[in-house]
Ligand binder design. Structure first.
Ligand code: FDA
Length: 309
């Protein structure tokens, strides 16, 4: 099921069909904060009211045309301006393939630097999301060699615990003082690159998390895994690591009960808010993580539909 959903995430023809379907849009709204910046900012305001911070993500990836990358860049510039103007507590998350990583180095630099400059101007922050393994080296290189020196306070990168290489990457980035978000990894990878067994991914997550909590620069612990979250809390208490030293991060619409609980216990929490018209591959990855969501969301959509009549 996971593999089938991840395969579907690449099928643009299915997306074209799905996008015009109101039921599918309702389905997506559980995980995606609408198609416009206004709807996304409203979602940030709602979270901020509950003392939860946010990271806004304009959905879109694997861009192959320079004008599309330019349009995505411009939307990010508008997002950063809007965050500053509305004084909401949010930063942004960016996929480098959306900035032209597959087009040319020049396009990537031009678009990513424009966003970093704007983030610096507003004293904000840009997180480079991590995509599949064809991009791991290029993303870390670009971050470490080209962005960190000038924008180190204003940008960070993501490490995927599922990858065998990640301990080395964490060593390098922690040594530089870079800000890291740690996640398990959402892409389909071969066993050459990634641990096939969940228990190995989880074990590596915990060991990298402990390193980041002790030596890292305000790491983001991105997970909904209750056992790992419990371990983070235990480790923080045992090593006198205060809540100001790291933040938990979760996805919009996922485990809202746990989000409330963490915040009520006084832990910093940031919610990743995707929005925009290109929601289909993102939604498919979320469903692949937990196919039971299909039944769960269908149930909710049905309840709302019946309730609304
Ligand atoms: P795991 O998948 O083991 O799930 C643990 C529990 O969490 C499940 O039992 C379930 O209760 C709940 N859960 C998890 N996913 C759910 C879902 N979709 N719906 C409902 N419940 C769910 N990946 C990547 O490759 N590159 C990136 O840049 C990012 N960025 C990122 C940012 C943030 C803030 C988060 C939280 C996650 C990412 N990810 C990511 C995604 C990440 O790699 C991973 O796929 C998901 O977070 C799911 O993994 P968990 O750690 O939650 O554990």
């Amino acid at each position: 099921m996971r593999q089938a959903l991840l395969w579907l995430s690449h099928q643009q023809s299915i997306f074209r069909f799905v996008r015009s379907n109101p039921l599918a849009k309702r389905f997506a709204s559980r995980f995606v904060a609408g198609e416009t910046l206004d709807t996304a900012v409203a979602a940030v305001q709602e979270l901020n009211a509950r003392r939860i911070t946010a990271s806004l993500d304009l959905l879109g990836e694997s861009v192959t045309k320079p004008e599309e990358a330019g349009a995505a860049r411009d939307e990010y510039l508008r997002m950063l301006d809007r965050i500053a103007a509305d004084k909401v507590d949010a930063n942004v998350s960016v996929k480098l393939t959306q900035m032209g990583q597959d087009i040319s180095e020049v396009a990537l630099r031009e678009n990513a630097f424009a966003i970093l400059e704007r983030a610096k101007k507003h004293n904000s922050f840009v997180r480079f999301d991590m995509e599949g393994t064809p991009y791991t080296d290029r993303t870390i290189d670009f971050f470490a060699r080209e962005c960190f020196l000038d924008f180190g306070k204003h940008c960070g990168v993501v490490i995927q615990a599922m990858l065998r290489r990640s301990p080395k990457d964490v060593d390098l980035l922690v040594g530089m003082g870079a800000r890291i978000r740690l996640c398990k990894g959402a892409y389909l990878e071969s066993s050459d690159h990634a641990f096939p067994a969940k228990k190995d991914v989880d074990a590596q997550y915990v060991s990298l998390m402990q390193k980041l909590m002790t030596e890292g620069n305000y790491p983001g612990l991105a997970t909904h895994d209750e056992q790992i979250i419990a371990e983070a809390k235990r480790f923080a208490a045992a090593n006198r690591i205060g809540p100001e030293r790291f933040e938990f991060q979760m996805l919009y619409g996922v485990r809202r009960d746990l989000q409330e609980k963490l915040r009520s216990e006084g832990w910093n929490l940031r919610v990743y808010i995707p929005f925009g018209t290109q929601w289909y591959p993102y939604l498919m990855r979320r469903l692949a993580e937990r196919p039971a969501n299909i039944a769960f969301i269908m149930g909710n959509v049905f309840k709302e539909a019946v309730g609304g009549q």
